[in-house]
Design a protein around this ligand. Structure first.
Ligand code: PEP
Ligand code: MN
Length: 455
């Protein structure tokens, strides 16, 4: 080589086409008034350590591949929208505990390994049906999640502020740190099944759980007496996920993995594409098709067979086991009609994605007293419909995707506590969609375990 010859080093992110999305239509992005600040923030984010390691992401993909082939079940749950204010030790612990309890119910009830995944440590951005919200004649930008703007209805709070992206990163990091501490440090030890139930109000779901915990205790004591080694019970895997919505966050968090030379979105283990941003030739599809993480796609009741086959081709052309999760959210009244043709076409095409039900987003209602809510019976009915459809077609119903909290809120109607419209007025906390509370979540887990065991 001549000494004055320039060495052109190929940039792996250029080769991977990570910025191709910029030429495409990007739905649901905020309008940032301060673009210079935005560029500064993106540059800072790009220097921050990854939140997850690519090796963990690969392990998750293997776990999801097991679920897709009927050997495991995915439990994915958490807030509709996490908030900075609620990233407290107590609330994170309650959500983790609720997920651990649900996982125990599923594992024990259905004798099946459960992959635990939070809508946690990154679920800070929301798609909205309208760009603005009007109250008493005042029109302001819609709340798009804590990563973008504040919920308070003032111009200052609703103005998109890029420094919130840094706070989203930091809050995700501290949330994930606590999750890792809980799940690796002994809190999630299966011998603590009773502990997780303490502090929750006494209701039928909790007492049913307590009975199951007693049986598990007995089984563990029996195994211990037989000389079993319980190191495996001490820790548990727990993965993170959120909707991949904001390019100004996901792109700087996407890094080339030094082991494989391929891109991973290191903001979470699993990223999903929402019903509103899954346009085939849109920016979200393009960008996420290029990262190696396992991906989810939400499918509403109007999804066509062509849509599904094309999105499989786009996101998973190699049919890589565990790569693609299809999350149907049809509504209780529609799932039995809308889902079978999709499942059948995918099966006939020889693809084996992981099928998951989101029984929340197709069942929204507004109550007479003005609350965004969901009927617990509708949620349960959509879960039943999901199992029926897969039973009929001989495919595996591989998971549930739930909006839940570990706290004693009243946001969804019904359940064993018979939450009614008036009760919503006293304990409604969500800034976005209504979540199952602790006991409703447990109740749902018992139903899913029964359906799975009867499969
Ligand atoms: C969500 O999961 O909060 C959401 C907005 O879902 P969907 O894309 O299914 O409407
Ligand atoms: Mn939601």
């Amino acid at each position: 080589m001549l000494s004055n010859e320039k060495v052109v080093v190929a940039d792996p992110s250029v080769i991977a086409g990570l910025d191709n999305y910029r030429n495409l239509e990007a739905a649901q992005q905020p309008t940032w008034p301060d673009l210079q600040k935005l560029e500064e923030v993106k540059a800072i984010l790009a220097t921050y350590p990854p939140l997850v390691f690519a090796g963990e992401v690969d392990i998750l993909k293997n776990r999801l591949a097991q679920a897709a082939s009927g050997e495991a079940f995915l439990l994915q749950g958490g807030d509709c929208a996490e908030t900075f204010a609620d990233a407290t030790a107590d609330r994170i612990r309650n959500r983790v505990k609720t997920m651990l309890q649900m996982a125990v119910v599923l594992t024990y009830g259905a004798s099946m390994p459960v992959v635990k995944m939070g809508r946690m440590a990154g679920q800070f951005a929301k798609p909205r049906s309208s760009d603005t919200e009007t109250r008493e004649g005042l029109e302001l930008p819609a709340y798009r999640g804590d990563a973008v703007n504040g919920y308070d209805f003032t111009l200052e709070s609703r103005t998109a502020d890029p420094t919130r992206l840094l706070q989203a990163y930091n809050t995700s990091a501290s949330t994930l740190n606590l999750i890792r501490a809980f799940t690796m440090g002994g809190f999630a030890d299966l011998r603590s099944v009773h502990e997780w139930n303490k502090g929750f109000t006494d209701n039928p779901a909790n007492s049913r759980y307590e009975n199951m915990a007693r049986e598990i205790d007995k089984a563990i004591k029996f195994m211990a007496a037989c000389g079993a080694n319980f190191n495996e019970l001490r820790t548990t895997e727990f993965y993170t996920s959120h909707e991949g919505l904001l390019f100004d966050y996901e792109r700087p968090m996407t890094r080339i993995d030094s082991r494989t030379g391929t891109p991973y979105d290191t903001s979470a283990h699993f990223i999903w594409i929402g019903e509103r941003t899954r346009k085939l030739d849109g920016a979200h599809m393009d960008f996420l098709s290029r990262v190696r993480n396992p991906l989810g796609v939400k499918l509403g009741p109007n999804t066509s067979v062509d849509d599904v086959l094309a999105l499989i081709e786009k996101l998973d052309p190699e049919r890589e086991p565990g790569r693609l999760t299809l999350i149907s959210r049809m509504g209780a009244g529609k799932i039995r009609e809308a889902l079978p043709k999709l499942v059948k076409a995918v099966k006939d095409a020889g693809a084996q994605p992981l099928w998951v039900t989101d029984p929340m987003h197709g069942n929204g209602i507004t109550t007479a007293n003005g609350y965004k809510s969901r009927r617990f019976d509708d949620v349960m009915d959509e879960v039943r419909g999901f199992f029926e459809v897969h039973r009929d077609l001989g495919t595996f119903p591989g998971g549930v995707h739930i909006e839940l909290t570990g706290d004693d809120v009243a946001e969804c109607l019904g359940g064993s506590e018979h939450i009614d419209e008036a009760t919503l007025e006293s304990r409604y906390e969500s800034l976005c969609d209504p979540r199952l509370n602790h006991s409703q979540s447990l109740e749902l887990a018992f139903l899913v375990a029964e359906e799975l065991a009867a499969k």
